[in-house]
Design a protein around this ligand. Structure first.
Ligand code: RNT
Ligand code: ZN
Length: 417
């Protein structure tokens, strides 16, 4: 698309939105303040850089065998920079503990330290990227079915030590970048079949968390993620919704909404306004579940748009960390990053363009027909012209123009791996 066309379409859209009380220039400014926390693990199918990395475990799975997976830290960094160059705006990068710079050495998870993340800090500072962090309970000989809720004191101690170290690392990252590093804690703990010691496992999990969080840090923030079930762990999940929400409310931790972690008919967006009354902030793991927690690439669809709308309607953009969490190994992985990130941004843009004040007012006046009519009309407003302008202003390809860029990178780089 030519620049002049984008400009003209934007001007028409701006006038159209002005008629319903929306200032699109202001919305573009707000979009510039909106940062994603892009997950590092789409680039390599959640493998990481531990030299003895085994198969992915912990009830999660990547499917597909598309060529070009990042095999080492340099490839992963290059792929992420490539993806980021096609995503408008400035974004954070979300690291997992297994992505440390171990330089081919075996460093067990209860031994990791800031030294394994120093090169990430340097790299991130150099590229003006802020980092977030995650402890990793899966894909390890001691992962089993239970980590922080394991009745075996030795195994439980191992994972407590790992998670404590992760918090210390996150704190150092936060200090170095002058901005709190958000650390997510998700453990896969659960079991495949009918379980009778649920209370025991959950009590142990709670004890582990209390011990882990006993140290207070200034430069990091903790968030905890619940889940309904994992593959092979279908009958019981230690960190169920009630467990994690209860813990977050009691301890004022950030709650992580992973959009794939609820029953398929449960509405993740509806959780925002409830949770924000009881927890300080939210972290999001935006993903697309297809029939189950399949972690398909995020696209523009009602669940994502509604989630963004609920955040905007609660006036809570500043209380929400917008992470992504999908891993598709069946298509070009850089493409997966770009599609999912841009879809999340488009969804947020639609939310910011909603004439929410008008619609709120109609609702309060009990004008049900008018409210529904406005919500419907908002769907066909020319938001895409505003999106194109956002891309243009941020010097990234407009429309489908990112496709050939990724194809070229594939021809020259990823297909050569
Ligand atoms: C798993 C959780 C978890 C992981 C990542 C890798 O179901 O969603 O967040 O996907 O931490
Ligand atoms: Zn998640």
């Amino acid at each position: 698309m030519k620049e002049i066309q984008i400009q003209r379409a934007y001007e028409l859209a701006r006038d159209r939105y002005a008629e319903i009380g929306i200032d699109t220039d202001q919305v573009l400014d707000r979009m510039n303040q909106f940062h994603l926390s892009i997950h590092c693990w789409q680039a390599d199918d959640v493998v990481g850089f531990e030299p003895k990395a085994g198969a992915l475990s912990g009830g999660i799975q990547t499917t597909g065998n598309y060529p070009g997976r990042a095999r080492n830290i340099d490839e992963l960094r290059a792929d992420i920079l490539k993806a980021m160059s096609l995503i408008p705006g400035q974004h954070r990068l979300n690291l997992h503990a297994i992505y440390g710079d171990f330089k081919g050495q075996f460093v067990d998870r209860d031994q990791i330290g800031i030294e394994h993340f120093q090169s990430w800090i340097d790299w991130a500072l150099q590229h003006n990227i802020k980092l977030d962090f995650n402890s990793s309970s899966f894909s390890h000989p001691k992962s089993g079915n239970l980590s922080l809720s394991n009745p075996d004191p030795e195994i439980r101690r191992f994972w407590i030590e790992h998670t404590k170290r992760c918090r210390a690392i996150a704190n150092e990252i936060g200090r170095a970048q002058g901005d709190p590093c958000i650390m997510n804690l998700w453990v896969h703990d659960g079991s495949k079949d009918v379980t009778v010691n649920k209370y025991l496992y959950r009590r142990l999990f709670k004890d582990s968390l209390d011990e882990i969080f006993a140290t207070k840090y200034e430069h990091m923030r903790d968030c905890l993620e619940s889940k309904t079930f994992g593959i092979g762990l279908e009958s019981f999940t230690s960190g169920s919704l009630e467990f994690i929400v209860g813990y977050c409310v009691q301890n004022q931790k950030i709650y992580t909404i992973d959009t794939g972690h609820y029953h398929p008919l449960e509405d993740a967006a509806d959780k925002v306004s409830s949770m924000l009354l009881y927890v300080p902030e939210l972290m999001l793991h935006v993903t697309r579940g297809v029939r189950w927690d399949s972690d398909h690439v995020t696209i523009v669809e009602d669940p994502t748009i509604n989630l963004c709308k609920e955040i905007v309607r609660a006036d809570a953009i500043d209380r929400v960390h917008f992470g992504l969490d999908y891993f598709d190994a069946s298509i070009n992985r850089i493409g997966a990053y770009v599609i999912g990130s841009r879809a999340a941004q488009k969804s947020m843009l639609c939310a910011l363009l909603e004439p929410v004040e008008t619609i709120r007012d109609l609702e309060l006046k009990d004008r049900g027909f008018q409210r529904l009519a406005m919500l419907e009309e908002a769907k066909s407003m020319p938001w895409a012209a505003v999106w194109d302008m956002y891309c243009l202003k941020n010097n990234v390809p407009v429309g489908d123009a990112f496709i050939p860029v990724i194809e070229e990178y594939e021809a020259n780089v990823t297909s050569q791996r």
